[in-house]
Design a protein around this ligand. Sequence first.
Ligand code: PLP
Length: 394
Amino acid sequence: MDGRDLIDLEMSFGAALLGHGHPAIVQAVTEALRWGLLTGHDTPHQIELAQRLVALIPSAEMVRFTVTGTETTWHAARIARAFTGRDLVVKFEGHFHGFNDTLGYNFWPPPDHSPASGETRVRPESAGTPEADRALVRVLPWNDLDALRTLLHGEGDRVAAVVMEPVNIDSGTIHPLPGYLAGVRELVDRHGALLVFDEILSGFRTNTGGAQADLGVTPDLTTIGKAVGGGMPLSAICGRRDVMTTVAPAGPVIHSGTFLSHLTAVLAASAFLDVATEPGFYPSLITKADRLVSGLREVFRNADLPVRVQQYGARFSLLFGIIEEPRRYRDVAREDRLLSDAFYRHALDVGVYLNPGWHHGISSAHTDADIDEALEHLQVAADRTAAMRDTRSA
Ligand SMILES: Cc1ncc(COP(=O)(O)O)c(C=O)c1O
């Protein structure tokens, strides 16, 4: 809008995995606009898209389409509550699931608010969250099986769902420890609760089956969104048939809405899947992401800036002032925000757009030349940030 060219390394919070204005997405949306936007019933397109997702995502036996991630995780929790007849939901510090009153807690609490292992201090992320809703959530540190074991030992018969990002991209792309997800799966089963993977961000980053396909642990319910819509607003709840049939018309849970499975988004998602399932799509995307990530590590080394670069497929995080591999949110909560803000500002000045947040990414539209150009600019941004830090400490 201001006439400047920027290289986008943010990619619409992860929604634009094919880049901006991909011809397949433009064609799909145009076609939908011609056909009529919205009907009160499904067409073969919704059904075909659901069938394709069932074939791709290990936990998906049935699919319900939604619009935003925020409503999707809320509905997933409600389905779990109806299926189990229980009321508590367990979530993890640093895991983001949208701003609903069911899961809108402890996304990024200040460092001094982090609970000690096993301790639960629930902190709503927004004013206006009722005390009564807060009483129905438990928050734990992630990658800590003992904390979950202790909680389930005490209150397991009240827990409907354990909800997590299988890779915690929303707090710096933190990976699960070996055996952690399998351990969670076993504990959750033992206590008769449901395991919900929120793959709204991790889905479609390394393959078309999500992190669950990568990591070999299958949840009962999965939420997807962002990339799957090809940049259009489409999310979905996928899951076990017996759980999903808790929803009407088969069961008593209501899930309905005027804009659900909007044709523009459904056709865009089909077009996205056409492109993402082409042989070579992911190998090429990951090769480019690896090129960027190794280049970024070199940039920060050259500038003598202590920045840890974390990666999950096409998404990555820059953790300023963090040296060790993080295992949970509290390991990154003390990130040097002065340094990171300065870097993102300098990056924008030299022509690279990075949202000053927890994660960034590339798309399939980025070329090697784009990546090399971005790295060249980011070296300047890193050098300027280091100079600012040196002035600050002098
Ligand atoms: C893991 C995860 N869940 C849920 C959401 C919320 O999605 P939306 O912004 O579409 O409401 C996000 C958005 O960043 C997310 O990363």
